[in-house]
Design a protein around this ligand. Structure first.
Ligand SMILES: C[S@@+](CC[C@H](N)C(=O)[O-])C[C@H]1O[C@@H](n2cnc3c(N)ncnc32)[C@H](O)[C@@H]1O
Length: 486
C-alpha cells in the first residue's frame, strides 16, 4: 500500500543497528530513495523512546523514523519530534494508540495518517530565506483569498510547485470570507496556501452524540470523529495562537449520569501537543431545567446551566492580555476606589495592601462567563423569519466569541471558525476589526449567516424592537470605548 520494500525484521546487527534493535527496516526507491526505520512499542511513546531511535538512525542511515504504539504520545516526545524535524533532514512519524485502532479497523487510514503528518512537516521544516510556500497570488488564474495576508518575500524559483486546491468563498465581506463545504477538505488547502490563524474559535456539533446512547464507548467515537481536525488545527494556528472550543455536556441515556466525552476530547487534545491554557465555563442562567425526568420530576439533579469552554494553546505563553477584556468594577470596589482603603491584614492572613486601591480601568473577569443565550429578537432570527430561511438551532451567543477575540487577538489578526454554523464568530470578528474565515458544510446555515452582515440601510424596516445587548449581562460588558462596538 505504501510502496515500501522490505529490508529486514528485528535488526540487532551491530552493523545495521549499532547494537540496538530496530523492529523493521524498509525502503522505497520509487521516486526518491528513502529508508524507513520502524519501531513498535506497547504503551506511551516517550521522549526517551524517540531519542533512542534518533540515535540509532546515525547507524541505520534511515531518513524516516516510524514509531508505532498502543499508547499516547507524551508532550515531551511531541516537542522533541518537532525539534528534530525542524533542525535535521529526518522525518519522524508517530502512529499512537488511537491512530493504530483506526488502522486496525481500516488499514487505508494509514495513508491519511501519514499524509497528515507529511502536511504538518511542510510547516515544521523551516523555510530557508527567499523560499516560501505558494500563496494564491502565485496563481495567475485567480481565485485568491485576500484573507491570506501579506505579500511575503520575492517570488522564488522552484522547479516543482505544490498547487493547493482553491475553494471559492460563498460570500466575502470587508474583513472575511465564508466557505460552504467540509472543513476537512478546505482546511488543508488553506494551510497549503500559507494561511495561519491567530484564533480558532469554534463550537463543534455535540448534538452528534446526543442522539445516541452514549457511555464511554460513544465518548471514544466522538474523539475519533474529532481527531482529523486536531492535526489540521495545529497546522493552521500561528505558533502563539489559541484554540477555543465551546462544548456542552451530555447525559447518558436512561440514567442520571453524564457522559465525559468532552473531557476525553480535552485529554486527547493535550496529548496531541496542546496546552490547556485555561478552562472557562459559559453560564447561561436562562437554560431550561433538563432532563426533566431527573431535574423537575424526580428532583435527583439540579439545573445544568454551564458549557465547558476549553482554551488551548501550542505555546503556554501564547498571546493574551486580560486588559482587553476588563469588566465594570463592582459597586463595593467603586466605593473603595472613591473612598480609599486602610491597608490591613485580613483574618485569612492576606495582606490587603494599598495596591488594591489603584484604578486599573476595570475588574479582571473570572473564568465564569455569564451570558444568556436569549436572542429571540436578534436581527439574524428576524431576517431568517422574513426570508423563510431555517435558522441555525445551536448558535452560541455573540458575546462568547466577542470575549475571546478581544482577549486573544489584536485588530487585523485572523480568526477562524471551521464549524461555523450561522457564523456568529465571523460577525463578531468583523465588528471588532479582525479578519476572519469561516467554514460550514450546511448550505442553509451559510445562506442564513449572510443576514449577519447586511448593512443597516439595506435591511427591510420592521416593527421589532432590536436590542443588540440583550444577551449580555452588564458585568460582562467591555469597558474600553474602542472595543465597545457591538
Ligand atoms: C454547534 S454548530 C456551530 C454553531 C455556531 N457556533 C453558531 O453560533 O452558529 C456546529 C456546526 O458544525 C458544522 N459541521 C460539522 N462538521 C463539519 C465539517 N466537517 N465541515 C464544516 N462544518 C461542519 C455543522 O453543520 C454545524 O452547523
Amino acid at each position: 500500500m505504501l510502496e515500501l520494500d522490505f529490508m529486514g525484521w528485528r535488526e540487532m546487527d551491530v552493523a545495521v543497528a549499532g547494537g540496538g534493535e530496530v523492529d523493521a527496516m524498509l525502503y522505497s526507491a520509487r521516486l526518491v530513495y528513502s529508508r524507513w526505520q520502524v519501531q513498535c512499542k506497547i504503551g506511551q511513546i516517550t521522549m526517551a523512546a524517540v531519542a533512542k531511535e534518533v540515535g540509532m538512525q546515525k547507524v541505520t542511515l534511515g531518513t524516516v523514523i516510524l514509531l508505532v504504539s498502543t499508547g499516547p504520545v507524551t508532550d515531551a516526545a511531541q516537542t522533541y519530534r518537532k525539534q528534530i524535524i525542524s533542525t535535521t533532514n529526518l522525518h519522524i512519524v508517530f502512529i499512537d494508540g488511537a491512530a493504530l485502532e483506526r488502522v486496525i479497523k481500516d488499514n487505508a487510514t494509514l495513508i491519511d495518517i501519514l499524509r497528515q503528518q507529511a502536511q504538518s512537516a511542510i510547516i515544521e521544516k523551516p523555510t530557508p530565506q527567499g523560499l516560501r510556500l505558494p500563496t494564491p497570488s502565485d496563481d495567475s488564474s485567480g481565485g485568491a483569498t485576500p484573507a491570506a495576508g501579506g505579500a511575503g518575500p520575492a517570488k522564488a524559483k522552484r522547479s516543482e510547485k505544490i498547487e493547493p486546491t482553491l475553494f471559492a468563498p460563498t460570500y466575502t465581506t470587508t474583513q472575511g470570507q465564508m466557505f460552504c463545504g467540509d472543513s476537512l477538505e478546505i482546511l488543508p488547502s488553506l494551510i497549503q496556501q500559507g494561511i495561519r490563524a491567530k484564533l480558532i474559535m469554534t463550537s463543534p456539533p455535540f448534538a452528534l452524540v446526543k442522539k445516541k446512547e452514549y457511555g464511554n464507548e460513544d465518548a471514544d467515537a466522538y474523539v475519533r470523529w474529532f481527531e482529523p481536525f486536531i492535526s489540521l488545527f495545529k497546522q493552521v494556528l500561528e505558533p502563539d495562537g489559541s484554540l477555543v472550543i465551546d462544548i456542552g455536556g451530555a447525559w447518558i441515556k436512561g440514567i442520571p449520569a453524564k457522559s465525559i466525552y468532552q473531557y476525553k476530547l480535552l485529554v486527547t487534545l493535550c496529548e496531541s501537543g496542546f496546552y490547556l491554557a485555561q478552562e472557562f465555563y459559559h453560564y447561561n442562567p436562562a437554560k431550561l431545567p433538563t432532563p426533566a425526568e431527573w431535574v423537575t420530576i424526580r428532583r435527583l439533579r439540579v439545573k445544568d446551566a454551564v458549557n465547558n469552554v476549553f482554551w488551548l494553546t501550542l505555546d503556554p505563553f501564547a498571546d493574551a492580555d486580560n486588559r482587553r477584556v476588563l469588566t465594570e468594577y463592582s459597586d463595593s470596589m467603586k466605593a473603595l476606589l472613591r473612598n480609599g482603603y486602610k491597608a490591613k491584614m485580613r483574618p485569612s492572613g492576606h495582606d490587603i495592601s494599598t495596591e488594591f486601591q489603584r484604578d486599573n480601568g476595570g475588574a479582571i473577569p473570572p473564568n465564569l462567563l455569564q451570558i444568556s443565550n436569549t436572542e429571540s429578537n436578534s436581527i439574524y432570527l428576524r431576517r431568517c423569519r422574513e426570508e423563510e430561511v431555517k435558522p441555525h438551532p445551536a448558535r452560541f451567543p455573540s458575546s462568547l466569541p466577542d470575549f475571546f477575540i478581544r482577549f486573544l487577538t489584536r485588530p487585523g489578526d485572523l480568526v477562524l471558525d471551521p464549524l461555523a454554523g450561522s457564523n456568529t464568530t465571523g460577525a463578531a470578528a468583523e465588528r471588532l476589526g479582525r479578519r476572519w474565515l469561516a467554514i460550514e458544510q450546511n448550505e442553509t446555515y451559510v445562506e442564513g449567516s449572510r443576514f449577519r452582515f447586511e448593512p443597516e440601510s439595506e435591511r427591510p424596516k420592521t416593527s421589532y424592537i432590536i436590542s443588540a445587548q440583550s444577551n449580555i449581562i452588564p458585568s460582562a460588558m467591555p469597558l474600553f470605548a474602542s472595543e465597545r462596538e457591538q
